[in-house]
Design a protein around this ligand. Sequence first.
Ligand SMILES: *Cc1c(COP(=O)(O)O)cnc(C)c1O
Length: 459
Amino acid sequence: MTAPTPPLAGGQGGADALRPLLDTVLTALRTGDAARGGPLPAGGPHTTAARVRAALGEVLPAHGTGDHEALTTLVHTLAAGAADPAHPLCAAHLHCPPLAVAAAADLAVSALNPSLDSWDQAPAASAIEEHLTATLAAELYPTPHPDALLTTGGTEANQLALLLARERHGPRLTVVHGANAHHSIPRAAWLLGLPPTLTLPTPTGTLDPHTLDAALTRTPGPTLVTATAGTTDAGLIDPLPALADVCDRHGTELHIDAAYGGTLAFSPRHRPLLAGLDRARSLTLDLHKLGWQPVAAGLLAVPDTRLLAPLAHRADYLNAPDDTEAGLPDLLGRSLRTTRRPDAVKIATTLRSLGRDGLAHLIDRTCATARHLADLLDAHPGFELHAHPTITTVLFRPTPADDDQLATLRRTLLHDGTAVLGRATADGRLWLKATLLNPHTTTGDLDTLIAHLEGRTHR
Ligand SMILES: *Cc1c(COP(=O)(O)O)cnc(C)c1O
């Protein structure tokens, strides 16, 4: 007896096959969330791993359990053991709660599975991507022919930026960045076979233009400066116009890693913080941070589409010259990947659903929540606030506490499943980090967070 062939997600019967399965998925998401009952599972890594092993048993059983059982088991286990960024006390990393509309749009992408390595695998998806990237690029650069590529995130965007710079300036290019830069910058230089990067100290948390000026003066050969708009640790924005001036004086190009802060450009209220952004030869931006997209949703933008020419690539089965001449769009130069998921669909759906005002409201609201948390901590005798937030990152310490106690407190909160907070070093000390990305977080939630911390601190 042979098992029935399982239904497909696409095609004539796809939607009808999916509907009951989705019902199962949604129920399991709900039961998993209820079983967890907090921002992450209690008990730490061993407990979670043991629960997963117990629930799953054999990953590949001799005989299948069927779609509904498999979905119920896996999705419930996943949700029960999730660090759920939609929980207001899950606020450690640049790990955003995705909007329901974006996740729903992504389901359609999974069902149809367009692949952006050739037009004949993604006719509408490739057109949606082109339309979206042109729009986003124009939001960031006021130039005649800006362009942008979708990436898996800031890491890939930074790699592409350094690759394009290497192709312009050769393999002796020295990348110059602050100690506040994302680790993916020096790692990209390593990957690309560039000389070791020059790391400049950033004792104030941002890259000082005088420090940069002095470094460029004493560094021979071609250089690329990378600045950060939204540091991962503290959410600080480098002084972009002054850094761009220094780069101009030295004839050096500037890349700006705005993975975190770049979406402030969509808020009329916060956009002024990004003054100077368009002076970069390339820009990194992540919509899976302050853009509420499910992973992955990264972007590399450039002021002129010709800057992307080094990525042109030929593979006869995907973009034969006669196919391209006959009008089939050539997509291979839009990424280093081959098979590629159309992340543009969820992003474009979200932008359409929210509109400019809706997106600005989400950004402004989330920034206001972070400011409010900082105010609460600042006014509280039991805490020391590092600084008022520029974007949505709040660094603070319980007082009195040394670095070891603080690291232990963070792990205790994780172990107990109470709160997910991050850690960052600033001014030579360790701080707790709350990265607020949840637009639904209320002042009551912030009070709860502080109450948890007080309980732990004074235990
Ligand atoms: C998050 C982040 C990155 C890396 O982005 P991924 O999407 O995680 O690859 C790079 N730079 C900065 C400043 C970031 O905050």
